[in-house]
Design a protein around this ligand. Structure first.
Ligand code: BDP
Length: 711
């Protein structure tokens, strides 16, 4: 055997030996997420696919390409029930899948950005082409998705580019293993075992993210411990980075702003102090020595008690620019959060971020991107978009969505979040006239931002199925797909996810998609209809609209709903806080008239009399009751809908979701009762027919909340 052939054989055997397909577990446990790759039942379809996938060609030893080839091999083995060889050179063979970096046809190559991919049929092979190895990796997952959703391969011609450069997950994970607002167990990162032991789960985490195009992960909580910046933790994080690297994922750290004091022994953390600046520059050097592709820093500063530059009389730009300076020699960025609000009893929290950041437009270093939550308050079930998106043309803004269901019923309520994300992305800010959507602000196409980013607060945890509620996997999936391409519809994403995860049976796909697509509105109806918001205490589960005591006024429920004997809602027009003035005139016009304001936003902007007739023909009180009651009843509909698909999905997932829906139904009735009984004390009107008055009293509901929240 000549040496070339021999080395090819070795590469081939190595590749075959390292990727294995475990097959479906005896009992479905959700671990495999949407990367299930179960055997395609239809033999004809399998054969058709197999004719186009007889081998996988990958040249060289690049780890990212190897990850792509491995994934194809694992996926095809499962889907087709055949072991597909990986070879270094196809020679004259055809009927295979070729992974190619940068050698696509010139014209189409121009259509690709750095991480985009193209899948096309060329000389009887399927070529996955990318300008970079990461592009090919995303293409490999893109091709598998075609098979998983049963699309034809013979005529395949796909070009796909990510619209946003930094597509990130933000983990709110702590050193002690807990996750702030996490409902799926503890942290995935086993800090005590790192850096020596690498849990196999880290790789599966990376695979799942790469399949969506997520390319960055902030591993720790924004309420950050300075420990993450110690040498010990940097080593642990470097070990994670090594596992993630072949999947195109870079690690980032949330930082504790006064770290130069707390772990550096300096007297100050003033961002303009030369010693402080040197401390950060040295810290960056230390990090990059171990993690050469380190992504950068995420910062929560002068927010909810976290220290920051204002403690030294400096502003957010001073703080962010100092960190940008420290990162100057490297390819890293600073994500500086705009989630700020002062404890001012007279202020409207809605206006706070704009008040602090609006004047700083254009003052940030080129390496800084300001990360803004989708809404002005805090990840509510429905919020208007943050006014900052309409007002920072010279400062790149990153979108921060929350995937974990902090305000969406934790792990017992089924809420498909793509409609929440889409609603925000598709809203027109009118920043530069019509069609200045939030999506176009964020993806940079409106203002030509140099950096573009999207962040999702992760819903993953140590639960075997990653997300607690099996259907919450769809939210991780949907976030990732939208970070890649904000033009995808919530429906298209739901269909993909269902087919990849639950079933390919057309009727069942339709039913489940319907259920998912309606789930958010149903939740809003029994929880925060007509633009109500934040009826919770600190636990953010189960409305407590009566809650009126806290260390700060804007941490009470009454601050938000403003129920009184006249009516309900927060007046944010010129007769009230005038928060609406922070939007473009066209947006103001959409929302500032109580007569024409769309009902989903009504109580966000108006204090409406109980007896006021709304566009539906009902009074405010009757409309509220109608929504609370139909919302809770609709969970019954969700249960029936789910029961219909029993025979189409695995029994474990079926039973798990069915049980959670039962809990959700019980809780939806309880939450409805909490609201209507409380509001009734102000509205002083009966529950309208045909609805029956709650079986419990307000006191009983209050007791129930106390029991649940362990008071
Ligand atoms: C709020 C959460 C809190 C987070 C904060 C944030 O309740 O746990 O620390 O957001 O985003 O929604 O910083």
């Amino acid at each position: 055997m000549n040496s070339i052939k021999y080395s090819k054989l070795v590469v081939f055997l190595l590749l075959v030996a390292t990727s294995t397909y475990a097959g479906p577990p005896d009992r479905e446990d959700g671990y495999r997420l949407w990367l299930k790759y179960d055997l395609i039942n239809d033999a004809g379809q399998r054969d058709a696919y197999a004719r186009s996938a007889q081998f996988i060609v990958v040249n060289g030893n690049n780890p990212v390409l190897k990850a792509a080839a491995d994934e194809l091999q694992i996926g095809l083995q499962g889907l087709l029930g055949k072991s597909i060889p990986i070879i270094a050179n196809a020679g004259s063979r055809t009927g295979g899948i070729v992974l190619a970096v940068g050698n696509g046809p010139t014209a189409s190559n121009q259509e690709l950005n750095a991480e985009g991919y193209q899948i096309s049929s060329r000389s009887n092979n399927i070529v996955i082409n990318g300008k970079t190895e990461s592009g090919v990796l995303y293409g490999a997952f893109g091709l598998l998705r075609q098979l998983q959703t049963r699309q034809p391969l013979s005529t395949i011609s796909l070009t796909s580019n990510p619209k946003v450069r930094y597509r990130m997950l933000n983990h709110w994970d702590n050193t002690n293993g807990t996750i702030e607002r996490g409902y799926a167990g503890g942290t995935l990162w086993k800090w005590f075992e790192l850096p020596e032991r690498l849990d196999p789960r880290y790789r599966d985490y990376a695979r799942a993210n790469a399949s969506l195009g997520i390319n960055g992960t902030v591993v720790n909580n924004v309420n950050a411990s300075a420990r993450f910046l110690t040498g010990e933790y940097i080593q642990k994080i470097a070990a994670l980075a090594k596992v993630f690297r072949p999947y195109g994922i870079r690690v980032y750290l949330s930082i504790y702003f006064p770290a130069p004091k707390t772990i550096g022994g300096l007297k100050t953390a003033d961002p303009l102090d030369p010693e402080v600046r040197k401390w950060w520059a040295d810290k960056a050097k230390e990090i990059y020595a171990l993690i050469p592709d380190f992504g950068g820093f995420l910062v929560k500063a002068n927010s909810e008690g976290e220290p920051g530059p204002q403690d030294y009389g400096r502003n957010h730009a001073d703080g962010a620019n100092m960190l940008a300076d420290a990162l100057k020699p490297y390819d890293g960025i600073v994500l500086w959060r705009a989630f700020v609000y002062k404890a001012d009893p007279k202020a409207d929290r809605f206006k706070a971020a704009y008040e602090e950041f609006g004047d700083l437009d254009g003052k940030f270093d080129k390496k800084v991107i300001v990360q803004v939550k989708n809404g002005p308050i805090d990840f509510q079930p429905r919020e208007p978009f943050s006014p900052l998106f309409g007002k920072m043309p010279k400062t790149p803004l990153a979108m921060e969505f929350q995937i974990t269901q902090e305000y969406l019923g934790f792990a017992t309520h089924m809420v498909y979040e793509a409609p929440i994300f889409k609603e925000c992305l598709e809203t027109d800010t009118y920043a530069k006239g019509k069609n200045s959507t939030v999506a176009r602000v964020v993806d940079g196409s409106l203002h030509g931002y140099a950096i573009t980013a999207m962040a999702g607060v992760a819903n993953t945890g140590s639960d075997r199925n990653w997300t607690g509620h099996p259907m919450a996997q769809a939210n991780w999936y949907a976030y990732g797909r939208l970070a890649w391409d904000n033009t995808l519809s919530a429906e298209a994403i739901a269909n993909e996810w269902i087919k990849m995860t639950l079933t390919n049976e057309p009727q069942a796909v339709k039913r489940i998609a319907d259920l998912m697509l309606r789930s958010r509105e149903i939740y809003v109806n029994y929880n925060t209809p007509l633009g109500l918001s934040r009826p919770w205490s600190g636990v953010h589960f189960a409305p407590e609209p009566w809650q009126n005591k806290s260390s700060r006024p804007d941490w009470t429920a009454i601050y938000y709903h403003r129920a009184d004997s006249v009516g309900l809602g927060f007046d944010r027009t010129s007769t009230g806080s005038n928060a609406l003035a922070q939007y473009s005139p066209e947006v103001q016009q959409r929302w500032n008239n109580a007569e024409t304001c769309p009902l989903p936003y009504l109580l966000w902007f108006h204090h409406v009399p109980w007896t006021k007739k709304l566009a539906t023909g009902r009074t405010l009180w009757d409309e509220l009751c109608t929504r609370f009651y139909t919302g809770a009843d609709s969970v019954g509909w969700m249960q029936q809908q789910w029961a219909q698909v029993k025979n189409n999905i695995d029994p474990e997932t079926y039973a798990d979701v069915a049980a959670r829906l039962e809990t959700q139904h019980k809780e939806a009735i309880w939450w409805r009762d909490a609201w209507v009984l409380y509001l009734q004390e102000y509205a002083r009107q009966p529950i309208p027919a045909p609805y029956k008055k709650p079986k419990r009293t307000l006191d009983e509901v209050k007791q129930l909340v106390d029991i649940y929240l362990l008071r």
